[in-house]
Write a protein that binds this ligand. Structure first.
Ligand code: PLP
Length: 389
């Protein structure tokens, strides 16, 4: 049994993918070949965003808009306390300070009320309003941007976040690395009206390539131009005119060629994931396994199907013995990562994130998970899960 089955999809698309790869090999345009532009156009159409700028990874897709906005030392960038490391890493990499915010325990996403409190706390430099990094004490930092994460594929709650951000003049960057294909109030992830959105094409994400890749989405013409420049060493009017400091952040033509046929079936695959999620929810209902909640108006892309368990580690070990792969995303909060210890957050700063880190277990989830395999996973879980720790 596979945790995320990439082979079945490959068998399904094999002739199309090989044709696309062959076309690139025959032409030899490995860097910024025509498939890159074709993909960007189709991705922008899928998400209904004005611009799509493909790039080398989801991490670069987060980094480049922050660089374009001039985020740096003295700036506060708000981010959820429970996410993949890159969500906060890009902030620290630019010398700005990640100000972490606790999550909503039902959705694992940033809590909009706590986010609003965190912004006020940074403005006043007052840790009584919200746990603050030592760098923000006494009003030393300027609030600049919010990075939300669409964790496990479910969009964050954008209406209150965008409302607050407009009042506080903050830029909002949607980290949709796991969320591409998800829907919030009728609009697809990366087209939700944030100032910019970032996704990843890491193979295990809902839309994955065969290596690293990512993309930025925005409706802002100026931001799009800046990201296109930053993507190629801050290029100006031509390749050897460097107007600003940038990166080598391009998506390979081969990866664009692989993504094109995959994008054509993404909508259908997202539908198939809904069915898998429904079978888990029904099979585990009323048990000691708490299944994920998807509020009205949200559709998850189900990058992960993550349950909560009081005896998580024992269940994970028992399932592993039975040949059922599981994952713990994430065993630590961002505040507990050694690399961010310099922020000086206390061990109990983000109680919901800390509780999640102890209880979460991600189950096999992909569009090709069959009913028989899923029955076995559900039966094993019902057998092993205990109501008490
Ligand atoms: C995967 C992921 C990233 C980083 O994407 P890469 O393509 O691996 O650089 C960023 N944020 C979140 C939430 C992710 O899951």
């Amino acid at each position: 049994m596979e945790f995320i089955d990439l082979k079945t999809q490959y068998r399904r698309l094999e002739p199309l993918i090989r044709q696309r790869i062959d076309a690139v090999l025959e032409r030899g345009s490995y860097i910024m070949g025509p498939e890159v532009g074709e993909l960007e156009e189709k991705l922008a159409g899928f998400a209904k965003a004005k611009h799509c700028i493909s790039c080398a990874s989801g991490t670069d897709a987060l980094l480049m808009p922050l660089m374009a906005w001039g985020i740096g030392p003295g700036d506060a960038v708000f981010a959820p306390a429970f996410s993949f490391f890159a969500t906060a890493e890009v902030v620290a990499l630019l010398g700005a300070t990640p100000v972490l915010v606790d999550i909503n325990p039902d959705t694992f996403n940033i809590d909009p009320d706590k986010l609003a409190a965190a912004v006020e706390a940074v403005k006043k430099g007052d840790p009584k309003l919200h746990p603050l990094p030592v760098q923000a004490m006494g009003g030393a930092l300027k609030p600049k941007a919010v990075i939300t994460a669409d964790l496990f594929g479910q969009p964050a709650d954008y209406a209150p976040i965008l409302d607050m951000a407009a009042k506080q003049r903050l830029a909002v960057l949607e980290d949709a690395a796991q969320g591409f294909g998800g829907v919030y109030r009728g609009q697809r992830a990366c087209g939700l009206g944030c100032h910019a959105a970032a996704t990843s094409f890491f193979p295990a994400k809902p839309l994955g390539c065969y290596g690293d890749g990512g993309a930025i989405f925005t409706d802002d013409d100026e931001l799009a131009d800046l990201c296109r420049s930053i993507r190629v060493h801050g290029k100006g009017s031509h390749k050897y005119d460097n107007a600003r400091i940038g990166l080598n952040g391009r998506l390979d033509t081969l990866q664009a060629a692989i993504l094109l046929p995959k994008l054509d079936i993404l909508g259908e695959e997202i539908e198939a994931r809904q069915l898998v999620a429904k079978r888990y929810a029904e099979g585990l209902a009323g048990s000691a396994v708490a299944t994920p909640k998807v509020p009205d108006g949200f559709v998850s892309a189900w990058a992960q199907y993550t349950v909560r368990l009081k005896n998580r580690d024992a269940v994970a070990a028992a399932l592993g013995k039975a040949g059922i792969p599981t994952g713990v995303y994430y065993p630590k909060t961002l505040a507990a990562q050694s690399a961010l210890a310099y922020l000086g957050y206390g061990a109990d700063a983000f109680p919901e994130a800390e509780q999640a880190a102890l209880e979460v277990l991600s189950l096999p989830m992909h569009p090709y998970l069959n009913e028989k395999e899923q029955r076995r996973i559900i039966d094993s879980l019902l057998h092993e899960a205990k109501p008490q720790a």
